[in-house]
Design a protein around this ligand. Structure first.
Ligand code: ADP
Ligand code: MG
Length: 563
């Protein structure tokens, strides 16, 4: 290998490399230009595309504009009217602050900017050809700014080749606009291509109105409003019902200080709060706005500002957990004077996710089960079909029974845990486990003890079982422990007795519930649906599968073209 001496890169190369960090594809241009429009106080933003934005992008706003004499400055590198010095980032209210977008776009395209402020009678137009700034000219236009981007990456064939099909680029643009339109519900957005309107939302909408526009009525009818304030954090937004949870891509938007950001770790915190109401592999839908002192976050950690860093992430997430915990109301609190059953971490005894009553804050879908007289039809020896005032329901008998039993077991289990009733095995039983199970059990011995399974290592992957929770005494300890360990191995690692208790009881419920394929009588069906109605988290089984599907009468009428 021959070594060449280190030398500085020419400015033109530096400019293109820097531009590449910011300007990746048409959607990132749209994001930057829309953010500029929002920073300028626009209430109407119109975007016109050609070929998914690859041929032409035009963005028009009614914001405060750029004065004639400043226009040539705006397209220069690192010029901004948003901050003066670095410490201003501690008070940042705007999307932009680096002064990079216009100059970067101008470096990699033919950029035309037209702008007029309300003090000016005419507008000014400035063209920058792949980095070369032209002369300003006067033009007639309304107040605001219009930016036209053509010949994107025309001088950079390698980057141009990197662009995806018009379909993909268009989708990325629409995703970007969707995000920003959720963050700015007061602003009207229109996207058109070849005279076709691809996206439209009017100005001055409430969050729910906007979500209805974007995702439809069915979606917005399954949302809980959510609001919370703590020392660090103000949170508001909506949480989707468990029915809106998805395995693939649920609708999740996080907006921190008006800025849409991607924060997977925050999604995990929300997911945890939903607990067993959502299938293990699925994630809930939610739209959350967090307001925090700008000094507590760093938005300067990503070239396109798509994510951010917290100064104290654990403190923020802790407050968020508290907020969510209060939302999924904790009903059950063990009395503080009851003798602990060798629970090492007594702060975690509450099983909050499980004891929550959703009813108080429940939206309409929750009451779908409330019904009096009804006939129940069992079909396929598995599903129960019935009606409520709102519509038609189909219930999965196994999942529903599992949920009912689980909640009953949970109550009993907690009672027994409090009374310290455990079943002592006489004599203690020795079980032998596989290496990986033995490993997993050893790591979680204390947690098992906390739920009433007193287990001791007995050498060589063997364990001595001294006690079991009263509820489990009829079951073979090896089966119970193995299936719980299997469950733990397949899923998120165990943290604390809530999860262990949950898994153990879910196992028990599943074993005891009526199976799919079991014929049941009309009376049994009545009892089951009656109980389900008074059960929290009735809409999913403890493993998160749905127990019930509802079809509103409106939907049914649409099937038959009555509406
Ligand atoms: P930044 O947004 O980080 O300040 P940009 O390169 O995106 O940097 O824009 C440079 C400057 O041009 C902005 O600070 C703003 O003053 C002005 N500007 C850009 N777009 C608009 C717009 N749509 N309306 C009003 N001013 C704008
Ligand atoms: Mg900007």
């Amino acid at each position: 290998m021959i070594r060449r001496p280190i030398h500085p890169l020419p400015d033109t190369v530096i400019a293109v490399i820097a531009a590449g960090e910011v300007i990746e594809r048409p959607a990132t241009i749209v994001k930057e230009l829309v953010e500029n429009a929002l920073d300028a106080g626009a209430t109407e933003i119109q975007i016109t595309l050609e070929d998914g934005g690859k041929q032409r992008l035009f963005i028009q706003d009614n914001g405060y504009g750029i004065p004639r004499e400043e226009l040539p400055i705006a397209v220069q590198k690192h010029t901004t009217n948003k901050i003066e010095q670095y410490s201003d980032l501690d008070f940042l209210q705007s999307y932009g602050f680096r002064g990079e977008a216009l100059s970067s776009i101008a470096t990699v395209s033919k950029l035309t900017v037209r702008s007029r402020t309300h003090q000016e009678d005419t507008g000014t137009e400035l063209v920058v050809m792949h980095g070369k700034v032209g002369q300003s000219t006067s033009i007639g236009m309304s107040i605001g700014t219009q930016v036209l981007v053509e010949q994107l990456f025309a001088k950079l064939p390698a980057r141009r080749k990197f662009l995806k099909s018009a379909l993909h680029e268009r989708k990325a643009i629409l995703d970007t606009i969707t995000q920003l339109s959720i963050a700015a519900t007061n602003v009207a957005f229109t996207v058109t291509e070849q005279e076709k309107t691809l996206f439209y939302v009017p100005a001055e909408q409430s969050l729910v109105e906007r979500l209805t526009y974007l995702f439809g009525e069915e979606f917005s009818q399954q949302l809980w409003p959510f609001q919370y304030q703590d020392t660090l954090l103000k949170v508001h937004g909506v949480l989707g019902s468990p029915q809106l949870a998805r395995r693939g891509k649920p609708t999740q938007h996080v907006i921190v200080n008006r800025r849409p950001v991607s924060l997977p770790s925050l999604g995990t915190v929300v997911r945890e709060a939903y607990g067993s109401s959502v299938e293990p592999k699925a994630a809930p839908s939610f739209i959350l706005f967090l307001d925090i002192d700008p000094a507590q976050i760093d938005v300067n950690v990503h070239p396109r500002k798509e994510t951010l860093q917290w100064q104290d992430e654990s403190a923020v997430f802790q407050q968020l957990r508290t907020a969510l915990g209060q939302h999924f109301q904790v009903q059950y609190q063990p009395p503080s004077n009851s003798p602990p059953l060798k629970v090492h971490d007594s702060g975690r005894q509450t099983l909050p996710e499980l004891h929550s009553t959703l009813k108080s804050s429940a939206p309409t879908w929750y009451h779908a089960l409330a019904t009096k007289e009804r006939t129940i039809l069992q079909v396929h020896n598995t599903y129960l079909i019935s009606e409520t005032a709102e519509g038609l329901i189909i219930v999965d008998q196994h999942a529903a029974h599992e949920r009912v039993l689980y909640n009953q077991f949970l109550e009993l289990f907690h009672q027994q845990l409090q009374d310290r009733t455990v079943a002592e095995l006489q004599p203690p039983m020795v079980i032998h486990l596989s290496p990986s199970f033995s490993n997993l059990l050893t790591a979680n011995l204390e947690t098992f003890t906390a739920i009433g399974c007193q287990i001791e290592p007995f050498g060589d992957q063997s364990f001595l079982i001294r006690t079991l929770p009263e509820l489990l005494k009829e079951h073979h300890p090896q089966n119970v422990i193995e299936s719980v360990l299997e469950d733990i191995a397949n899923d998120v690692p165990l943290n604390g007795i809530d999860q262990l208790a949950h898994r153990t009881l879910a196992y028990l419920a599943c074993r005891s519930a009526v199976k799919a394929g079991d014929p049941i009588t009309q009376d049994q069906a009545q009892v089951l649906l009656g109980k389900l109605q008074h059960t929290s988290y009735a809409f999913s089984c403890p493993h998160g599968r749905p127990t019930i599907q509802t079809f509103s009468w409106h939907e049914v009428e649409k099937w038959f073209k009555r509406k």
